[in-house]
Ligand binder design. Structure first.
Ligand code: CMP
Length: 147
């Protein structure tokens, strides 16, 4: 199984979509191994989005992601990186397919509700910003074998 780092961004929290989004992951048969409600500081935000530091939208992105609380999660499952990215939909909400999280709830390219790691390398970079090893719980749902 594979792990991915998911953030419900400040607009997702403000718009009370936390429950809806987590329910989708639960119902898909993905397993939550860690979860936290937090407000990113500037250093953490710049670290998370360091690959975008030369993009014209970088400062605006940092302002947005630090504007309010977020939910951070580590989600595990078969091919979870691509499964979760598929559930999120295209980065640009206006191009995201209906049925995806962005396609159902947003049209913005920046304020796009959710972030999910796009590769194992990104997961390795990102998850350490949010969770220490002891915060990633070693536990199993009773029906994991079935799912
Ligand atoms: P995310 O999947 O978290 O990865 C990088 C983020 O940058 C992206 O979601 C958007 O929130 C934001 N982003 C990507 N492209 C643009 C853009 N062209 N203009 C503004 N924000 C963007």
């Amino acid at each position: 199984m594979e792990r991915t780092l998911v953030l419900i961004k400040p607009d997702g929290v403000q718009r009370r979509l936390v429950g809806n989004i987590i329910t989708r992951f639960e119902q898909r048969g993905l397993f939550i191994r860690a979860m936290k409600f937090l407000k990113l500081d500037l250093k953490q935000a710049e670290q998370h989005y360091s690959v975008h530091k030369d993009k014209p939208f970088f400062r605006s992105l940092i302002e947005y992601i630090t504007s309010g609380p977020i939910v951070a999660m580590i989600v595990e499952g078969n091919n979870s990186i691509s499964v979760v990215r598929g559930m999120c939909g295209a980065t640009d909400g206006s191009k995201a397919a209906p049925g995806t999280i962005r396609g159902d709830f947003c049209t913005s390219i920046q304020n796009n509700l959710i972030h999910a790691s796009d590769s194992e390398e990104s997961y390795q970079h990102e998850h350490k910003i949010y969770f220490s090893n002891t915060e990633i719980l070693d536990w199993r749902y009773i029906d994991e074998e079935l799912i």
